[in-house]
Design a protein around this ligand. Structure first.
Ligand code: MSP
Length: 621
């Protein structure tokens, strides 16, 4: 009690050595115990969006960052707190099976969100990794006749390979077998215990190894396997087989947090995206919340972290797994007063809808229990299906992301997953759709526009950008010029509109908004036919209108290239390289017309790199 009073008075607590868990004793541990308010999500993109929607033209273009080593002129004062980095996570993946497209989807979505922040000048961290303990992995290893750690090493390597291949810009690939994570879990357990929120009792109930959780009696039903005729008990929610278990284990008094959870949801109705997910979580808490079993007897589950102080029990795999998010952020050895520097609280947890309850209920309850701030947003995406059945290892219908990347290319796959994948609704995976998107939107759409603007020998892009681009603003003198003017307005509104979608975040709408402008630009070219105007004399209105069209088309390519960097980092870079856009001019500040007149230097029509931007696919179906 004395201790708790000290906590509320000072906000942070230096624990007596005897109360610090063994794994952390070697380090000076301070636990921040002050409850913190959840900060409203206010990504930088919003700020940029506000500044970019002003109607007045900027008088200066953004300048090149300078790296001077000059001394500060002001007298040193207390060092100001560095801002919290934007922190985004993917779920950590079970290593009992090889990765499939659904896993790649979670990774890419998180990566797009991270890269978007970087494009906006923010420091951002992305954490991904593998969930290696638990019954599922233990059984998979036993079935293969290999030690669990060996299975983990092999499959964790496959997930990390996927992260690299999918061009995921991750800052840490965490494994729950990592020593710092094991320390974090033990310390977290210690805090829960210290708060008096752990008790021992008999647990009877339906457990699903596949989902690694107990299901309430009211949510299980009898099912029959249509192929074998076997009748079994299953979760009505996921269809996974459940088995009746009776055992003594430790429980987390989650029901003590029921009111706090409900108040939190009421105050933060947009905490989970989409709204349907938020409602499901609230409904579940209202109807089903019970204390959570947080350990399993070690004689049944040996593959996991032993409960501190009780070797006969193993920590429940979901408690172990969720803590990975704070391990990466430096818990529990983060510096007092500077905990935020590691990124916590996370700005966004990306999760699939099947694991929403763990993130929307258990995780906030656990964090509240130890007075840690809650993540700011949870995005729960829908599933990829094959023939309308959820893609999964157990259904045997998982598509290998390695084969898909090999066949279609990494950027095409990233594009397809973000363009067709759903937040609220499942999407059916099909090679035919990938081929169609590729042919129409990438090869014909973006690639076609690049070659229309850049391959024509009738004009010199560099000259047009330096003369037309810097000349007086367009006036409404003829229909072509009016069309160009309208297009420039569309282009000016593009980045703010994409920023608005990304602040939701709704990456699908953001991507579609970008690609719509590509279509509009094709239409502009066809309607204004600049190749005709370019045949007129210098100084003629036709010639001027044609040059203005070409200028705005080049601007579209440049801006679209910048905005596509988070989605297709490789192809967007190729496009910008082909346009000779300088590296430092490839961020959000330059994603509006007339902010860069330096590109297309040393221009040659048919610049070789762009030839290969979106080559024909050998086989389409
Ligand atoms: N290990 C847990 C997560 C712990 S996070 C603290 C887990 N792992 S998983 O490997 O089964 O799933 C990882 C992610 O992949 C989840 O977000 C899940 O929703 C996602 N997907 C698995 N199958 C999927 C599809 N068919 N489609 C889209 N994503 C799906 O759960």
């Amino acid at each position: 009690m004395e201790l708790l009073r000290a906590v509320s008075a000072r906000g942070s607590l230096r624990l007596p050595r005897s109360l610090v868990c063994q794994s952390c004793r070697s380090q000076a541990v301070t636990v921040t115990s002050r409850p913190r308010q959840l900060r409203a999500l206010r990504p930088a993109s919003r700020l940029f969006a506000t500044t970019t929607t002003t109607s007045s033209e900027p008088t200066t273009t953004p300048s090149e960052p300078t790296t001077t080593s000059s001394e500060p002129t002001t007298t040193p004062s207390e060092p100001s707190k560095p801002p919290k980095p934007y922190y985004i996570t993917t779920p950590i993946f079970y290593v009992n099976a090889a990765p499939h497209i659904g896993h790649m989807h979670s990774m890419v979505l998180a990566d797009v969100l991270k890269r978007w922040q970087v494009l906006n000048g923010k420091t951002a961290f992305l954490c991904t990794g593998t969930d290696e303990h638990g019954m599922k992995v233990q059984q998979a290893a036993a079935a293969k006749g290999v030690p669990p750690k060996q299975l983990c090493d092999e499959n964790a390597a496959a997930f990390e390979d996927l992260a690299r291949l999918a061009n995921i810009d991750y800052d840490r690939f965490i494994r729950t077998t990592d020593p710092d994570h094991i320390d974090a879990v033990k310390h977290f357990w210690f805090l829960l215990q210290e708060k008096g929120l752990i008790y021992e009792s008999l647990r009877e109930g339906w457990y699903s190894v596949s989902d690694e959780c107990f299901y309430p009696e009211s949510t299980v039903e009898k099912r029959m396997d249509p192929f074998t005729g076997e009748v079994f008990w299953a979760s009505s929610e996921t269809g996974s087989k459940v088995e009746w278990i009776e055992e003594k284990n430790y429980h987390f008094r989650m029901t003590a947090l029921k009111d706090s959870l409900r108040q939190f949801y009421a105050k933060n109705p947009e905490w989970i995206l989409p709204a349907r997910g938020m409602n499901q979580v609230i409904d579940w808490v209202n109807k089903n919340l019970e204390d959570l079993s947080i350990s399993r007897p070690a004689d049944r589950l040996h593959w996991g972290i032993r409960v501190p102080g009780d070797d006969s029990q193993t920590v429940y795999v979901w408690v172990d797994a969720l803590i990975n998010y704070i391990t990466k952020a430096g818990f529990p050895t983060w510096t007092p007063g500077r905990e935020h520097e590691g990124g916590w609280p996370a700005n966004v947890h990306v999760v699939g809808k099947d694991i929403l309850r763990f993130h929307g209920v258990y995780w906030p309850a656990l964090l509240m229990a130890v007075d840690l701030p809650l993540p700011q947003k949870i995005i729960s995406h829908a599933h990829w299906t094959m023939g309308q059945r959820k893609m999964s290892k157990s259904s045997g219908n998982g598509v290998s992301p390695f084969l898909a990347i090999d066949r279609w290319g990494v950027d095409t796959m990233r594009f397809y997953l973000m363009h067709d994948g759903g937040l609220a609704n499942d999407a059916d995976y099909s090679n035919h759709s990938i081929a169609t998107r590729y042919r129409k939107m990438l090869q014909g759409g973006l690639g076609g526009l690049a070659s229309r603007a850049m391959r024509c020998r009738l004009w010199d892009l560099r000259k047009i950008i330096s003369s037309t681009g810097t000349g007086p603003p367009l006036t409404r003198q003829n229909p072509q010029r009016e069309a160009v003017l309208r297009h420039e307005e569309t282009l000016r509104a593009l980045a703010p509109s994409v920023a608005q979608s990304m602040s939701v975040p709704d990456v699908k709408v953001a991507l579609k908004t970008i690609m719509q402008v590509v279509d509009d630009t094709h239409k502009l070219m066809t309607d204004t036919a600049p190749w005709d105007g370019m045949k007129h004399d210098d100084g003629s209105i036709e010639r001027a209108a044609a040059e203005e069209t070409i200028f705005i088309v080049a601007e579209t390519l440049r801006i679209v290239g910048i905005l596509l960097l988070p989605f297709m980092p490789g192809k967007a870079k190729e496009l910008l390289d082909g346009l000779r856009v300088q590296k430092w001019r490839r961020d959000f500040r330059f994603a509006k017309p007339r902010t860069d007149f330096a590109y297309a230097s040393s221009w040659r029509p048919m610049a070789p790199p762009l030839e290969k931007l979106f080559p024909p696919q050998a086989v389409e179906d």
